[in-house]
Design a protein around this ligand. Structure first.
Ligand code: ATP
Ligand code: MG
Length: 249
């Protein structure tokens, strides 16, 4: 397997004839933890979906551990943004997580699938809830189950699209600590608007507003981030309490 976790070259994506992603270039090594930030509509979710082969690019190249997106599907775990899921649907935590093992074929789940589900639920501290109906979970607990579903695939690359949207501050901290633990085993891309928190945890940061600005390590990149967002940004640094956005003029 290639040691390059992700290589994106000259990637262009358009939807309904408008260009959403323009000449994207990005390289990630194994065990990198990258945050992608950027304004609404900037193309963050589109980029993840393109890596997942859900959207075909106009041109350019994507390689995940040396494989093209179609071949790489079984090594990518994904937490979509806004998981619309009717929580009244009668299904328990175990079976939601088992969906993560689905690989496009109808088959009986094996003992290995079940083991991966148990491990994934254990990893997010939700194992004791495995027989619970999902209608009986809080929003934050449900979010953990969705992460377990992504982990059940035993991914090499984990894509998380705004995973902390419905998570309270205390849970958020333990959630980011979970990601630090997962980073030992896999490469992570986290899409988030939570610029402040991100600088404490991630190794690399990129801003996406149709064009991708890659900043490497977060420190010192405030100016460029401000340009991407079109709004001024205060200092961004590791572990320093700070206000991220200045007042808009
Ligand atoms: N299926 C679609 N049909 C038409 N337009 C789409 C579709 N999906 C995305 N778009 C458009 O593409 C652009 C990028 O959307 P995308 O969801 O990638 O943005 P984003 O950076 O994830 O934004 P947010 O921060 O709001 O999640 C937007 O202008 C959006 O309206
Ligand atoms: Mg999005």
């Amino acid at each position: 397997m290639s040691d390059k976790a992700l290589e994106i070259e000259n990637l262009y994506v358009s939807i309904n004839k408008s260009i959403i992603l323009k000449d994207i270039n990005l390289n990630l090594d194994k065990n990198d933890f990258l945050a992608i930030i950027g304004p609404n509509g900037g193309g963050k979710s589109t980029l993840l979906k393109t890596i997942l082969n859900l959207i075909r690019p106009d041109k350019g190249n994507i390689s995940v551990f040396g494989k093209n997106p179609k071949e790489a599907l079984n090594i990518i775990g994904y937490l979509p943004q806004n998981t619309f899921f009717d929580l009244n649907f009668p299904i328990n935590v175990f079976n939601v997580t088992l969906m993560g093992r689905y690989n496009g074929l109808f088959k009986n789940y094996t003992q290995n699938d079940r083991k991966a589900v148990i491990n994934a639920l254990d990893e997010v501290s939700m194992l004791e809830y495995k027989d619970r109906q999902i209608s009986e979970l809080s929003g934050g607990q449900m979010q953990r189950v969705f992460i377990a579903r992504a982990l059940a695939r035993e991914p090499e690359l984990l894509l998380l699209d705004e995973p902390t949207a419905s998570v309270d501050p205390k849970m958020q901290k333990s959630f980011y600590e979970l990601l630090l633990k997962l980073k030992e085993k896999m490469t992570i891309i986290l899409v988030t608007h939570d610029v402040g928190v991100v600088c404490e945890y991630v190794d690399k940061i990129a801003c996406l507003n149709h064009i991708l600005f890659y900043h490497g390590i977060p420190e010192g990149s405030a100016d460029a981030i401000g340009k991407t967002y079109n709004c001024p940004i205060d200092i961004i640094g590791h572990g320093i309490p700070h206000r991220v956005f200045k007042k808009h003029e």
